[in-house]
Design a protein around this ligand. Sequence first.
Ligand SMILES: NC(=O)c1ccc[n+]([C@@H]2O[C@H](COP(=O)([O-])OP(=O)(O)OC[C@H]3O[C@@H](n4cnc5c(N)ncnc54)[C@H](O)[C@@H]3O)[C@@H](O)[C@H]2O)c1
Length: 336
Amino acid sequence: MRTFITGTAGFIGFHLARRLLEDGHAVTGYDGMTAYYNVRLKEARHAALSQFQDFTPEIAMLEDREALARAVERARPDVIVHLAAQAGVRYSLQNPRAYVDSNVIGSFNVLDLAREIGVKHLLLASTSSVYGASPEVPFHETDKADEPLTIYAATKRAMELMAHSNAHLYRVPTTAFRFFTVYGPWGRPDMALFKFVKAILQDEEIEIYGEGKMSRDFTYVEDLVEAITRLAALPPSEENRQAAGLDTLSREAPYRVVNIGGGQPVGLMDFVETIERIVGKSAKRKMLPMQDGDVPRTYASPDLLEALTGYKPQTDVETGVKAFVDWYREADPALR
Ligand SMILES: NC(=O)c1ccc[n+]([C@@H]2O[C@H](COP(=O)([O-])OP(=O)(O)OC[C@H]3O[C@@H](n4cnc5c(N)ncnc54)[C@H](O)[C@@H]3O)[C@@H](O)[C@H]2O)c1
């Protein structure tokens, strides 16, 4: 299988590319190496992928349609997995335009090229943030998801809707994943786990928002990658709609949304205590109110994922946090 992945210098794209390369597939990795966080970490991820002969890196922005078209033309992929994005809930309050550029304009370019070359399956990364502050849990793919609290969530929902019309008009088989707080080795420095471990080891305060009352459905990155690779082999079709027994495929298009989360939310304070136990040191806690745009909880229904693939995330938080802490302790200080 020839796969074109956007965002391979990023956390999730790196893990997915590595898994596909290990399984013997050819991967082209397209990434603009944006300065949103430590570029050396992104370069190190690409350097690790470049150990594989079948990895072809392409460094350019999604908004540069010509560059993207040339890269797709060279790769001639069967499958496109679009993960590159301006991510992060909080930064979207400071720099909303970056989200519109990457996630709306950039994603449109990906959809348009997937149509042009007629890929067998287009897979897109959306987010649990599209469910907003919905009190109805667990979150199901059929929920309305039309009350986003941030521009981040709004741009991801816009991408999903553009993808639906693209799938309808041009019959591009499309799966939009909604990821739930992904964590693990090589993780993102702007996310809680990385920030907490770093602060605890440096004897600095950790900032706990929402007075610690929030909860998140944490998903270990290897579990996420397993789910993506299984779904990549299953483009939406009438047959697998019936096999899943859940009426969640669009009636108008070969398009579906699939949550990837374990359905086992963890309270923020339990998460902090797990980290303390594994690091072997207490955190200096600074309790703060909810931040603008934060949602109180995320909680995935994994039923559709399980019905389609026979799989749902299984790594417990203790095991996953330990894997991250082990990686962090060993990592080159320039990456931390
Ligand atoms: N990590 C999570 O918990 C999580 C949760 C929900 C959704 N997601 C989504 O999953 C995807 C991957 O997330 P991640 O955690 O790996 O993030 P990441 O920031 O580590 O990776 C994104 C990569 O995309 C690249 N990029 C950003 N904008 C670009 C642009 N305009 N052109 C070219 N490259 C660009 C960046 O350089 C980066 O390497 C994103 O779409 C994100 O919104 C992640």
